[in-house]
Write a protein that binds this ligand. Structure first.
Ligand code: PGA
Length: 271
């Protein structure tokens, strides 16, 4: 019996099946050490107002305020489409660690994500890949999704060592047990953070493809759906181009996340 050729509508069906398995993009705002209580409430309220006006969002939305502003921001975002995250956590659940916050504490105040291994932590607090790995394990233990940051310095890029550097950081900063639903990875070239400079689309595509291959080789095909964010000088003018690059599943946004007028157009880049 002859087999009927596949029809265009069947192609569409197959394509849609693949599309539904694609990861839901994540746009995360990293407020760093910025804002006041009133400023944070105003910013969070502005974002929630936009999400209500928009209806279903083209991506998942997250804000990461400084630790002391988590509760006032939670009051605003609770029950909305905006999730809450911490900017760092200690590896231990509790104890004599003055000034630190544990993953369990972040969970307790309503966070669902935590950034770990941001280059500012790696530089200012001399955090190593091993320490970042322990923090990611702490996040998993507490039920938080770690956003594990990696990225080369300008010297490393100029020396042609960008892929090698990121590869080593991925190997040593990611704990066992990583999967698409419990971990996010952010590629943030150190020289692009807060500088207004970004890699070319090809350079971002090359790093993200290498990260994807490395993840699939270590964690299996489930990590096909693990979200890989790009971060570093993303703004309303470049967001659409960056977000359209293969294997870029969202962004980690610093400066532009501090105002609704600059953060919202980045969210819209997925629409
Ligand atoms: P930026 O920061 O968007 O201000 O460059 C990004 C980040 O550090 O996460």
């Amino acid at each position: 019996m002859a087999i009927a050729p596949i029809t265009p509508s069947q192609y569409e069906l197959v394509e849609n099946l693949f599309m539904t398995s694609a990861p839901r993009p994540l746009i995360a705002g990293n407020w760093k050490m910025n804002s006041t209580r009133s400023g944070a409430v105003e910013l969070a309220t502005g974002l929630v107002d936009q999400t209500v006006a928009q209806g279903p969002l083209p991506c998942e939305l997250l804000v990461c305020p400084p630790a002391h502003l988590l509760l006032p921001v939670l009051d605003v975002v609770k029950g909305t489409n905006v999730a809450l995250g911490g900017q760092d956590c200690h590896a231990e659940p509790k104890g004599a660690h003055t000034g630190d916050v544990s993953a369990e504490m972040l969970m307790d105040v309503g966070c669902s994500f935590v950034i770990v291994g941001h280059s500012e932590r790696r530089t200012n607090h001399e955090e190593t890949d091993g320490m970042v790995c322990e923090k990611a394990m702490a996040a998993h233990r507490a039920g938080l999704i770690p956003i594990i940051c990696v990225g080369e310095t300008e010297t490393q890029r100029d020396a042609g060592e960008a892929l090698q550097t990121v590869g080593r950081q991925i190997a040593d900063s990611l704990p066992d047990g990583v999967g698409s639903s419990n971990t996010v990875v952010a590629y943030e070239p150190v020289w692009a953070i807060g500088t207004g400079r970004t890699p070319t689309s090809q350079e971002i595509a090359d790093v993200h493809a290498a990260m994807r291959n490395q993840l699939v080789a270590r964690f299996g095909s489930d990590s096909d759906g693990l979200r890989l964010l790009y971060g570093g000088s993303v703004n309303p003018g470049n967001a659409e181009e960056i977000m359209s690059i293969d294997n870029v599943d969202g962004g980690l946004i610093g400066g532009a996340s501090l105002k609704v007028e600059t953060f919202w157009p980045i969210v819209q880049a997925f629409a």
